[in-house]
Structures are given as structure tokens and as C-alpha cells.
Design a protein around this ligand. Structure first.
Ligand code: NI
Length: 190
């Protein structure tokens, strides 16, 4: 066959459905402090970004990722808080909003893909009510508890430019930031 303009449908399809791993922005990149803007329309581009973020999160591996962590200042979060070995529970939250926080508090040791090899105990409300748009652009309201409630609060903080080091004293936070600035200098520009 010569001069054919036909594209093998199998190849075309796999190209369209292929997900891509994205580079994760780390401390001290100032974009992590930027507040994210709402998503105006749930379109193919947004869903593609969500899929790429899921792929990036699973590969890292992590249990949550906000769009700002891949350099996109939009209110989009992906999560999977299923226990290890259980069926995956990928979640995509578009323009998520916490409607209500419970009064009980719980401490989890939190890490962040943007702050590698750093963990800190953080006390947060253990239950919440969340409103968000799903992948179909439909408004959803759900209650969450346990690790999922913590992960949601962690990721929503990212959308407002807040990081887990903000729960530390100023002195301890400065030490962590200095360490990451030094590491960034050693690695040089990417
Ligand atoms: Ni994080």
C-alpha cells in the first residue's frame, strides 16, 4: 500500500486513550503558593488532565494530587485512598468545596509529593461534607471520614497555596525550606 492517508484505527485509539505521566513541581517552586482558579467547563481537556494526574499520582506513588502540583493553577484534585491491596478507588474532584467540617479531630502523619521525604503529624477534623463537580460535570455532595477526609483537606489546601509545612513553627518551616532550596541548587535547573 502506498500513499495511504489511512491511520490504523488501533493505533489512533491507543494514542487517544494513552495517559501521560507529568512532572511534579516540588518545593521551593513558588507556583505551589499560587491560589488555583475554578474550572469553568468540564471538557475533554480537563478530563485528560485528570487522567494524567491519576497516572502521575499512582506512579509516584501517592494518594492525592492537586493540579497545581503539575503546574496547572486550576481547582482540580485526584485521590485514591483505597487500602493497599484493595480495589483502586480513583476519584476526580472538580471545583471541590468543603461545606462542613466535623468537630472531632484526628492526627495523621502526612506527606506530600511536592515535599519529598518529609512527613509531619497534622491534626484535622476527621469528618467533612464535600461538594464538587464529577467527571460528567454533575454537582455531587458526599460525606467523607478517616484518611479520605484528611486527604481531601490536604489537597484543598494546595488549591489555596497552602502546604503541610505551614503547620510547623516558623523556625522548623524555615529549616525545611532551606533544605529544599539547597537541594534545588545542587540539582541545578531541570
Ligand atoms: Ni500535597
Amino acid at each position: 500500500m502506498t500513499g495511504s492517508r489511512w491511520i490504523d484505527p488501533g493505533v489512533g485509539l491507543s494514542y487517544l486513550t494513552q495517559m501521560a505521566k507529568l512532572p511534579i513541581v516540588t518545593l521551593p517552586d513558588p507556583i505551589l503558593r499560587q491560589p488555583s482558579a475554578p474550572i469553568e467547563r468540564v471538557d475533554a481537556e480537563v478530563l485528560r488532565l485528570a487522567d494524567d494526574m491519576l497516572e502521575t499520582m499512582y506512579d509516584a506513588p501517592g494518594i492525592g494530587l492537586a493540579a497545581i502540583q503539575v503546574g496547572v493553577p486550576r481547582r482540580l484534585v485526584v485521590l485514591d485512598c483505597a487500602a493497599e491491596g484493595d480495589k483502586p478507588e480513583p476519584r476526580v474532584l472538580i471545583n471541590p468545596e468543603i461545606l462542613h467540617l466535623g468537630s472531632q479531630l484526628k492526627v495523621y502523619e502526612e506527606g506530600c509529593l511536592s515535599i519529598p521525604d518529609f512527613r509531619v503529624d497534622i491534626e484535622r477534623p476527621s469528618e467533612l461534607r464535600l461538594r464538587y463537580l464529577d467527571r460528567e460535570g454533575k454537582l455531587q455532595e458526599h460525606d467523607a471520614g478517616g484518611l479520605l477526609a484528611t486527604a481531601i483537606q490536604h489537597e484543598l489546601d494546595h488549591l489555596d497555596g497552602k502546604l503541610i509545612i505551614d503547620f510547623l513553627s516558623r523556625l522548623k518551616r524555615d529549616i525545611v525550606v532551606r533544605k529544599f532550596k539547597k537541594l534545588a541548587r545542587q540539582d541545578g535547573p531541570l
